[in-house]
Design a protein around this ligand. Sequence first.
Ligand SMILES: *Cc1c(COP(=O)(O)O)cnc(C)c1O
Length: 398
Amino acid sequence: MNDKGNDRPPRSRRTATKLVTAGRDPRSQYGFVNPPVYHASTVLYPNAEDFLAHRARYQYGRRGTPTTEALELALAELEGPQCAGVSLLPSGLAAISAALLSVVRAGDHVLITDSAYGPTRNFCGQILSRLGVTSSFYDPGIGGGIAELMQPNTRAVYLESPGSLSFEMQDVAAIAKAAHAKGALVLMDNTWATPLFFRPLDHGVDLVIQAGTKYIGGHSDIMLGTVSANAATVAELKNTVRLTGLCEGPDDVYLALRGLRTLGVRLDRHYQSSIAVARWLEGRPEVLRMLHPALPSHPGHALWKRDFTGASGLFSMVLKPVPKQAYHAFVDTLELFGIGASWGGYESLAIPFDCTPLRTATRWEPGGPTVRFHIGLEAVEDLIADLERGFAALAAAT
Ligand SMILES: *Cc1c(COP(=O)(O)O)cnc(C)c1O
């Protein structure tokens, strides 16, 4: 039922509208607009027989509540018609590990993009390896050439586009097609784009991971992971999450639902501001090149334009070579850009980074020191003025 008590609308509504309506049923909660936060472990049953038969709409706090269900339904609607179910996990990394564990068994092999989020590599190298699952890494630009790396036991191909820190774009459809042709499943970390700018399930991906910690939460105050599955993978995903006991706390689920309602307007602003700041940086004499897929100068720009409907606030910059103290002076001088891990909140961030230890299939040779930016919701003019101060400090320290 919707707010007026009519039947639920078809899934054809536009995304901006879905962000407002999805996962809400005010009629079932005394008319209140937002779903209540169920703090729950025990669920009481009316009698012994129902208890023994597990006959109840909700059985136990860990197995789901009306609060967790509201977020799962809302996310499923945003992922599109291929989505058969969503699971909530206590962090983005937990979503990555749960998704991988749901598809592999001893003796399998997985192919991971060399541009993957660092902890994804560690999970494969230190946990999957212990369970008898081997992993190898591939050049993110490989496209359909992934076919040549597929082994008879390759069970899964893992993508992340654009890549963490380095922003290489991947040809998702070509990789998915080649992987499926050899009987493998396809997983993708879609944290950068969110389903608002790219819906991987529409492009052949079987399991989509998001760090809800980032844009869904949007306020740097929660940890959350989500995995969205298609019909081929949903049963094993749900089973794995259930058997491992992974679940997300009700307050963070509520904050994620609250963040979701404004995701569209926030992302539009992150998109506009990130393009404006990246273009300005690209024109600076201190900058060697920008790593931002929405700029025409980016090697993956054509893929971004073909597949994505927007860009988020996260990108990187390569400076022309300068001494370390000048590089650090640039970052340290910024006042509006915090130095810290994570991103996707309302505030801007700038961190120094080096991908060298994260590469095995490709070489990281950017040509100069690198900075990753998250562009928050501040006024672009103020951010640019702050960056000008950073460049002045860089020049003074050179
Ligand atoms: C932050 C991040 C994660 C991990 O999310 P957590 O909630 O911090 O565990 C996974 N993938 C990408 C691309 C990220 O940026």
